[in-house]
Each structure stands twice: as C-alpha cells, then as structure tokens.
Design a protein. Structure first.
Length: 93
C-alpha cells in the first residue's frame, strides 16, 4: 500500500497560525516529582514566561530539572520541547 502523491514543498507559503495554547495553571508550574511529567512542566514554565524572559526561564528550568532528574533526562526533555515551544513563542523573521 502506498500513499497518493502530494506536494512535497510549501512553495514559500507561510506556516499557518496554530490554535491558541492553554495557559498553565499554578499546579503545572511546580517541579514534578516524576520524570514522566518533566516535559509538561517545561512546557508550562516556557508558556508562563514573558517572551523577553523565555531564555532565562529555559535556563532556570534546565537547572532545576537537572538537580532533580539528572542531566540526561533533562536534556532529552528539552530537546523534545524547545523546538516547538520556541517556534510558537518567538517572532518569525
């Protein structure tokens, strides 16, 4: 079974705006006890930060998460979260 042919390039069309993202609750801003909740916590921290403070919020989240979960788990979570969250928050060129 194969997929039907489709466009492979965007022809420089802009990326469509994404649906609004929910604001984090106070509970989601607390560092989790379980590593399985780490990505969600990083997302909440980044979404709660003002755009001009997103990099310092990211650095703080990295430091706190590393203290609790270690560098490997923290880096893995950051690699999954940062591309999407930064792209959604930072202005496009």
């Amino acid at each position: 079974m194969s997929l039907p042919p489709d466009r492979n390039a965007s022809a420089a069309e802009p990326v469509p705006d994404q649906a609004p993202r929910p604001a984090p609750t106070p509970e989601t801003l607390e560092l989790p006890a379980d590593v399985t909740d780490l990505e969600g916590w990083i997302v909440a921290v980044l979404r709660a930060a003002p755009v001009d403070q997103i990099f310092s919020a990211s650095a703080r989240a990295e430091r706190l998460a590393t203290e609790r979960f270690g560098a490997k788990a923290t880096v893995e979570a950051l690699r999954r979260v940062l591309p999407t969250e930064l792209a959604a928050r930072l202005p496009r060129p």
